[in-house]
Design a protein around this ligand. Structure first.
Ligand SMILES: NC(=O)c1ccc[n+]([C@@H]2O[C@H](COP(=O)([O-])OP(=O)(O)OC[C@H]3O[C@@H](n4cnc5c(N)ncnc54)[C@H](OP(=O)(O)O)[C@@H]3O)[C@@H](O)[C@H]2O)c1
Length: 248
């Protein structure tokens, strides 16, 4: 087991990519703090995991990433139950599609608040603990950070910020043996894609992907397992694209 007894907080793990990461981490022996935007959502996904893996050691927690109080409480509850945090996966996120002229201040602020500010605040609180013993921080970015996204200035800006945070923190935290990396998914078939990408757009995107298809969320999880594991002990500051080759 590649993550035996590692304690991992995974935000946005009720659905989609985050849920697949949670399942993969459980299979590799990790103790997983499964997070959704509400306790109800986290509890539902926890039950789903237990149905498949009855021995899973999982703590479901509702954390709204716009709330500093929720974020501090998430870290406290994790430490109270497990005594340490070895891995933080900043995966929760929202997207949106709109021409710049129709984007309000509130739209831009909301995107930054969840995708960037939430990840920043949780990372800060986790690092206060993790710097005592080291660990791995993995941020979910996106292909749009490097590739751009039409009508996605707010979303692509948020992911560009995640890439910059990943590189800066890898420089700052290396001395504590904390590795910081990011995974950049391409078009992945989750609720997010259903909401933001029309069938016509999806067909167009598939034509641009060398592998000729969109990915399933499970196809992302291996990159996170690698980055969380000791196999990646000399990997930091890296942005790993898992996008079927759409961005090179
Ligand atoms: N799907 C893609 O094609 C794609 C491509 C590139 C990058 N990404 C990135 O991959 C990550 C996961 O995307 P996905 O496709 O798996 O999305 P998804 O299926 O829409 O799931 C989003 C997750 O984020 C959580 N979340 C949303 N707002 C939150 C908030 N305010 N506080 C706490 N949690 C919140 C949701 O919790 P609830 O279930 O409780 O709502 C859910 O677990 C995101 O960062 C996204 O930007 C996705």
């Amino acid at each position: 087991m590649r993550l035996k007894d590692k304690v991992a907080i995974i935000t946005g793990s009720t659905r989609g990519i985050g849920y697949s990461i949670a399942e993969a981490f459980v299979k590799e022996g990790a103790k997983v703090v499964l997070c959704g935007s509400s306790q109800e959502n986290a509890d539902k996904s926890y039950q789903k995991i237990l149905e498949k893996y009855s021995e899973a050691d999982v703590l479901p927690i509702g954390v709204n990433l716009t709330s500093t109080e929720d974020i501090i409480s998430l870290v406290e509850k994790t430490i109270n139950k497990y005594g340490k945090i070895d891995v933080l996966v900043n995966n929760a996120g929202i997207t949106g599609t709109s021409p710049i002229t129709e984007l309000s201040d509130e739209d831009f602020e909301k995107m930054m608040n969840i995708n960037v500010f939430g990840a920043f605040k949780l990372t800060r609180e986790v690092v206060k603990k993790m710097k005592e013993y080291g660990g791995s921080i993995i941020n979910t970015s996106s292909m749009v950070a490097n590739y751009g996204g039409r009508n996605q200035v707010h979303y692509s800006a948020s992911k560009g910020a995640i890439n910059a945070m990943t590189k800066s923190l890898s420089k700052e935290l290396g001395m504590y043996n904390i590795r910081v990396n990011a995974v950049l998914p391409g078009v992945t078939l989750t609720d997010m894609t259903k909401d933001a990408v029309s069938d016509e757009m999806l067909e167009g995107l598939k034509r641009m992907i060398p592998l000729g298809r969109a990915s399933q969320p499970e196809e992302l999880a291996g990159a996170y397992v690698y980055l969380a594991s000791d196999e990646a002990s000399f990997t930091t500051g890296t942005l790993i694209s898992v996008d079927g080759g759409i961005v090179m």
